[in-house]
Design a protein around this ligand. Structure first.
Ligand code: DX5
Ligand code: ZN
Length: 230
């Protein structure tokens, strides 16, 4: 089956926020495909991060797509501001709209407010089967491989089954994995069928970001399941 190409998406949560424009440029120059932006509201997760004005500043500095991950309780209310600020992909969490009807309403609100690509995320302890009715309505499914809130946590390997399930259910959109991805765990995600691969500490930690991104990309492409297109 056709799966979309690998997208390496550095999480700006691990960047130097005091030099955000330079960090965006450095990340692009190092070969990133998307910039992953983690939005936290202090309610859905116990951390508080990035509002629309900062997303706009990132968008102004960036030339690659912004992949905005909303870890907030009221995503429909903020879809317009984040879309206007320049989000290309905007992802909400299933846990804040945990039924087919509630989620379809969020997705419709995102589309009405001009979100180009809509994603739905599931936490590590959320069964994936609940989102089956949404698979025809979203562009991306984000399988969280840590509990959201902070960078630098350890990868939860059990969630790889959800990625496999999505591909076996025939989902041909982006399957993204986020949390604890590093040179050892990122190939496991690609092998299971994920194509959008988020990494924060593994990309911003080592000194040579270009070498790090090329190594991660090569490891992902080498691990792709037979029959998928790189
Ligand atoms: C966690 C965030 C992740 C995080 C990833 O809530 O959604 O995007 O920044 O960071 P690492 O790669 O360090 O686990
Ligand atoms: Zn994220």
């Amino acid at each position: 089956m056709h799966t979309p190409p690998i997208q390496i998406a550095p999480s700006l949560l691990s960047c130097d926020f005091g030099q955000i424009a330079a960090e965006v440029k450095r990340t692009e120059d190092a070969g990133a495909d998307w910039l992953h932006v983690d939005v936290m509201d202090g309610h859905f997760v116990p951390n508080l991060t990035i509002g629309p004005p900062l997303v706009k500043a990132i968008h102004t500095a960036a030339s690659i797509p912004l992949d905005v991950h909303l870890m907030i309780t009221n995503p429909a209310e903020f879809a317009g501001p984040y879309a206007k600020a320049g989000a290309e992909v905007l992802t909400y969490h299933w846990e804040v709209a945990p039924s087919e009807q509630a989620s379809l309403e969020v997705i419709a609100a995102f589309r009405e407010q001009g979100v180009p690509q809509v994603g739905v995320a599931v936490n590590p302890d959320t069964p994936i089967e609940g989102i089956e009715p949404l698979l025809g309505s979203v562009d991306l499914v984000l399988v969280m491989s840590v509990f959201p809130g902070f960078g630098g946590q350890s990868f939860i390997a059990d969630v790889l089954d959800k990625t496999r399930w999505l591909r076996s259910a025939g989902f041909e959109g982006h399957v993204e994995m986020d949390g604890g991805l590093d040179p050892a765990t990122l190939p496991l995600c690609a092998e299971a069928g994920a194509n959008a691969l988020v990494a924060g500490s593994a990309i911003f930690g080592p000194p040579d970001m270009a070498a790090t991104i090329s190594e991660l990309r090569a490891a992902a492409e080498a691990a792709l399941p037979a029959g998928s297109e790189a």
